[in-house]
Ligand binder design. Structure first.
Ligand code: AGP
Length: 613
């Protein structure tokens, strides 16, 4: 978590750093800070709370402008959110400042050593050791070497940025298992945790790899290994636009991103769907990888949170339609479970950010056991995308809101593509079913647009139940994961509400004991082979006077007599229904949270990208 930014150039540094931090606030927002080098030396400001608190503080106590600065927006791991624990952290002299994203696992050991040498610590963070460690090495080494030497002693993950009054024209950065990108402009250069932070200034990006360092000056970046060997790497131009990273009139990024789903799905399908020739197309590397998947005995999907729910939908798709044996595992469990892996196993990571620490570690472990690896990922050049043998990018564009929406539906779309490709390639699907599903895939963006017209119904239903404090979400088969995802959406953005998703058939095995008058239960009940079974579950809740909010297929007249509130989605094959059902589930959660005055884009205790364990 945490967002970091660094800037060298002629633009007003404080404003440039603050503005870039604003685009990274989704990564953490319990405190923020910046450090600027100007003619007087190093100026540091930091505050607990959101970035706006820091911006106000800087207005009240302006910093004399400079030419180089770093900034940080924090999601606390070591040390409570407070001014003293906010970044940047300085050395004993106060002339060197560091911002960091990640966890220094051996910080206690390093701190003991540095304390013995007389260093004085102020904060309770792991990060502060970096500042003192560099200071210590800089007693006998030039700053660039002292910086790299210090990094070699760190265990754990870091994306780090450092400035020092002793080197007023250079900014130092490095990464290991936490993201850091470099932006190359004209007479200016940036580092940042993520591309949207600097899209206003440049789209020319260099991706830093693990255990690489960068020295940034107005002349541009210079890359090195931690051993000091120079690295040559040219920038790539990213396609994301500035407006894609802004709210564009929506009150929240979440709502904007919900409405972007038709085009996000379109982008996931773009250049891959060739209905005229009745085929699916992948780039050569992905195709080669997929075409040899028959040598795989087991496909293991690993992911966290919403991406895990996408993986669960994928399990239904791939097992039922492509007839591949699939396991789905939470990456945080997978990496410690001792799973049986070898070259006959393929591990598929699903991840929006490509930076989730547990998913990345799961992939690294799979590789170490000789398994083949693949990812469905949104962020190009991210750590996971670079780690795996093949990547299926979702191309959903930047997702800023903490709550994942368009990333989820584009992940499920990518899984549908994958399933249909494999089913056809390995001749495991009857032609008529293949044609029907291919048509369904092509229709998805249009159907998603239609599904979003459920907004008024979702909003009205949300108004009716906004006062409830507990919700159940139930579904079966392909829509069991929809129930999990619907509940996650609500509880993550509306912290006063508890919501739980279950497989509807599990209801009688425990959760039903809580149902009483007015207890809201959201049923995901589109047309499917288990429709009647779900209707029976609705009956069971009604018999206990619970309130049934039902998401059903358009034209389902039968369901109206069972639903206290009804929201419809377009008719589609069950295979695609989780994608369409996501729209009203997201909208319902959004409007319940809004009615409760929740901080929708930045829910407490959460961060967009979980780059620590
Ligand atoms: C869901 O709304 C959350 N943003 C979270 O569960 C997320 O899906 C999870 O942290 C995984 O992130 P990733 O897709 O970037 O790996």
């Amino acid at each position: 978590m945490c967002g970091i930014v660094g800037y060298v150039g002629k633009k007003p540094v404080v404003e440039t750093v603050l503005e870039a931090l604003g685009r990274l606030e989704y990564r953490g927002y319990d405190s923020a800070g910046l450090a600027v080098l100007n003619a007087r030396g190093l100026a540091v400001r930091k505050r607990p709370g959101k970035l706006s608190v820091l911006a106000d503080a800087v207005k009240r106590e302006p910093i004399r402008s400079g030419h180089l600065g770093i900034g940080h927006t924090r999601w606390a791991t070591h040390g409570e959110p407070s001014e003293i624990n906010a970044h940047p952290h300085t050395d004993c002299s106060g002339s060197l400042a560091v911002v960091h994203n990640g966890i220094v696992e051996n910080y206690a050991e390093l701190k003991t050593r540095l304390l013995a040498k007389g260093h004085r610590f102020r904060s309770k963070t792991d990060t502060e050791v970096i500042a003192h460690l560099v200071e210590e090495h800089a007693k006998r080494l030039p700053l660039d070497r002292a910086f790299r030497q210090a990094l070699k002693e760190l265990r754990g993950s870091y994306a780090v940025c450092l400035v020092s009054a002793k080197e007023p024209h250079r900014l130092f950065g490095a990464r290991n298992s936490s993201p850091l990108i470099i932006g190359v402009g004209k007479g200016e250069a940036f580092v940042a945790s993520d591309v949207p932070a600097i899209l206003d200034h440049t789209r020319r990006i260099i991706y830093l790899n693990d255990r690489e360092a960068v020295e940034l000056s107005a002349a541009g970046p210079k890359l090195f290994t931690l051993e000091g060997r120079p690295i040559r790497r040219s920038p790539t131009t990213v396609a994301w636009t500035v407006s894609a990273a802004r709210k564009e009139g929506f009150p929240h990024f979440m709502l904007k991103e919900i409405h972007e789903q038709p085009s996000a799905i379109e982008q996931t399908l773009a250049n891959r769907l060739d209905p005229a020739r009745g085929r699916l197309v992948f780039d050569r590397r992905t195709k080669r990888f997929l075409d040899t998947l028959d040598a795989t005995e087991k496909l293991v999907i690993i992911a966290c949170g919403t991406a895990y729910h996408a993986g669960l939908v994928g399990e239904y798709m791939l097992e039922e339609v492509a007839r591949l044996p699939v396991d789905v595992d939470l990456a945080s469990e997978f990496r410690y479970r001792g799973p049986q892996l070898d070259r006959r196993t393929t591990v598929l990571a699903i991840t929006q950010s490509g930076e989730t620490a547990d998913t990345l570690a799961g992939i690294q472990m799979a590789k170490a056991h000789g398994a083949r690896t693949m990812a469905i990922c949104n962020v190009m050049g991210s750590s996971i995308a670079r780690e795996v043998d093949a990547v299926l990018y979702t191309h959903a564009g930047p997702e800023i809101a903490v709550a994942s929406t368009k990333a989820y539906t584009s992940q499920v779309t990518a899984l549908a593509l994958l399933t249909l490709y494999l089913a056809k390639h390995f001749r495991r699907i009857p032609l008529a079913q293949w044609r029907r599903l291919l048509d369904g895939l092509e229709a998805l963006p249009r159907l998603m647009r239609q599904a979003l017209t459920s907004e008024a119904a979702a909003k009205a239903t949300a108004a009716k139940y906004a006062g409830a404090r507990n919700f159940y979400y139930l579904g079966r088969r392909y829509n069991f994961p929809s129930a999990l995802e619907g509940a996650l959406k609500l509880k993550e953005i509306c912290p006063v509400i508890h919501a739980e998703g279950y497989a509807a058939g599990e209801m009688k095995h425990g959760p039903i004991s809580l149902i009483r008058k007015g207890w809201p239960v959201v049923f995901v009940a589109p047309q499917s082979p288990v429709y009647e079974k779900v209707v029976s579950n609705i009956e069971e809740v009604r018999a206990r006077h619970g309130s049934c909010i039902v998401i059903a297929s358009e034209g389902d007249a039968h369901i109206t007599r069972y639903a206290d509130s009804l929201i419809t989605i377009p008719k589609t094959d069950e295979f695609f229904s989780p994608i369409l059902a996501a729209a009203p589930l997201q909208l319902f959660a959004y409007y319940v949270a809004d009615a409760n005055g929740a901080d929708i884009d930045q829910p407490p205790n959460l961060a967009k990208s979980v780059t620590v364990e």
